[in-house]
Ligand binder design. Structure first.
Ligand code: FES
Length: 237
């Protein structure tokens, strides 16, 4: 997928958030390969992934608020239901909004503690991977392109299964990792324990995730002149 454009070719699932980070009532902004999305869930608990742009005047829907199973725009209060159709226009309370007034909705699925989307209206042929009872650890922003993060995971022994990878961290901790390109040169990494995990295991998994970030960013800095200079400057200060 090139930055900012809809994915080409057959639709595939990409994990864009930990389910635990999308509580009912709180819209979450996400950048997927340069595209601004909003992930939200209403009172019924169903997650939605939409373009983060109100069809009225373009306000970010992630600035809005959830009311029941509708997402309301912050600017003029237009409300959009779970099917993305506009249900209410406060300035015209007697008007039934036409069906053409709708937010741009993308295919969405949840599995194993992750929210997946195809980044388009097309639903991928199969469901997201079966993951059992994964336990969320954290998401983190890595200052390196997604292919660098993927290569680092592969070098560390990760086994990729479509949009997720499984890896055994030091100490035998089994982890699930999903990632996606965010803004240019940045990657969001979502980490879960592959099964139930106690507090110590979650802390160890979070440490592992930070270690992954540091090693990838250090390698990236060493191959990027400006970043390498910044890193050297930081070391000498
Ligand atoms: S910009 Fe969203 S309601 Fe006007």
């Amino acid at each position: 997928m090139s930055a900012g454009s809809e994915p080409a070719g057959p639709a595939t699932w990409t994990a864009v958030a930990l389910s635990a980070d999308v509580p009912p009532g709180t819209p979450v902004p996400v950048i997927l390969d340069g595209r601004e999305l909003v992930v939200w869930r209403g009172a019924s608990g169903e997650a939605r992934v939409w373009e983060d742009r109100c069809p009225h005047r373009g306000m970010r829907l992630s600035f809005g608020f959830v009311r029941g199973d509708a997402l309301a725009c912050l600017y003029h209060g237009w409300r959009f239901g779970l099917d993305a159709g506009c249900t209410t226009i406060p300035a015209h309370p007697d008007l039934t909004p036409p069906k053409t007034l709708c937010a741009k909705a993308f295919a969405v699925a949840e599995a194993g503690g992750l929210v997946f989307t195809s980044g388009s209206a097309e639903t991928p042929a199969g469901g997201p991977p079966e993951m059992g009872d994964a336990t969320p650890v954290r998401s983190l922003d890595v200052a390196a392109p997604a292919d660098r993060v993927r290569a680092a995971l592969a070098a560390a022994g990760a086994r990729f299964d479509g949009p997720v990878a499984r890896i055994e961290a030091p100490g035998g901790l089994a982890l699930v990792v999903a990632l996606h390109g965010a803004e240019a040169g940045r990657t969001m990494v979502h980490v879960l324990a592959d099964g139930p995990a106690d507090r110590a295991a979650l802390l160890a998994a979070a440490d592992w995730a930070m270690g992954l970030r540091h090693s990838v960013e250090a390698a990236e800095a060493s191959t990027t002149p400006n970043l390498a200079m910044t890193a050297r400057d930081a070391e000498t200060q």
